[in-house]
Ligand binder design. Structure first.
Ligand SMILES: O=P(O)(O)OC[C@@H](O)[C@@H](O)c1c[nH]c2ccccc12
Length: 266
């Protein structure tokens, strides 16, 4: 059984418990929704989605003692364009409380990074203040991905649709995903290969699609390579969590976008 299988099995248990609760998902309505897709398209420099990540199955402990609110404020003050909060407890030591606290403390779009398999998880993420959710193509059928994408959109949430091979990319394109995340890490083997972004970005022909290169980003050379390969954003966890100078790191990652960014923006 792969780690992804183990995580998904755990999620099924979590979903059964969540179904016994109800979530007031109008709670978040008063805060003006910052549409990440629009701000990403307006950028001339690499969009940086900065992640709060205490630990992971592949790397073990990364920053167990992090104060998520402090870290998120530092990300925001350093020029991050969105914040990703890992909310899975069992495998990543995160929590929905982290996300809720972060959302209250910053004005940036907040990505709820979890393994979504059911609408009830989307309701909970929205109630906690998420503005974007992650849908991992490798975790479900194409039909399910489409249904959850639609459900999240109907709730006013944005979706980062994550792919890591050609078949998943075809599905993401097929459902018309506005923001596609190309994961350089294979969730089944943990192997990181930055050329995954080049390979899969080349399949996208819609000039309005926002492409995010995810995982394994360490240096401004990596960010430049991602830009050359067609990415408009990068999702960075471990390197930022371990950095002693987050501000300098984020500013070095904000490299110019290929051809100045989106042709029709601004
Ligand atoms: O810490 P890294 O290598 O910078 O990676 C961040 C992010 O891409 C990674 O946390 C991630 C991408 N997709 C996921 C799906 C589930 C859990 C985690 C992830």
């Amino acid at each position: 059984m792969t780690i992804l299988d183990r995580i998904l099995r755990e999620k099924e248990k979590e979903i059964a418990l969540l179904k016994e609760q109800s979530f007031n998902n109008s709670m978040n309505e008063s805060k003006p929704a910052v549409k990440a897709v629009q701000s990403f398209r307006n950028a001339e420099h690499m969009n940086v989605i900065a992640e709060i990540k205490r630990s992971s199955p592949s790397k073990g402990k990364i920053a167990m003692m992090v104060d998520p609110v402090k870290q998120a404020k530092l990300y925001e003050a350093s020029g991050a364009d969105a914040i990703s909060v890992l909310t899975d407890e069992t495998f990543f030591n995160g929590s929905m409380d982290d996300l809720q606290a972060v959302q209250k403390a910053v004005d940036l779009p907040i990505l709820c990074k979890d393994f979504f398999l059911d609408e009830v998880q989307i309701d909970r993420a929205k109630a906690a203040g998420a503005s974007i959710i992650l849908l991992i193509a490798a975790a479900m059928s194409a039909a399910k991905l489409k249904d959850l994408y639609q459900y999240a959109s109907d709730q006013g949430l944005e979706v980062l649709c994550e792919v890591h091979n050609e078949r998943e990319m075809e599905t993401a394109i097929d459902i018309g995903a506005a923001i596609i995340g190309i994961n350089n890490r294979d969730l089944k083997t943990f192997k990181v290969d930055l050329s995954t972004t080049r390979h899969l970005a080349a399949m996208v022909s819609d000039p309005d699609t926002v492409l995010i290169s995810e995982s394994g980003m360490q240096t401004c050379e990596d960010a430049s390579q991602a830009s050359k390969n067609g990415a408009h954003g990068i999702l960075v966890g471990e390197t930022l969590m371990r950095s002693s100078d987050v501000t300098a790191l984020i500013s070095s990652l904000k490299v110019p976008l290929k051809e100045g960014g989106f042709p029709n923006a601004r």
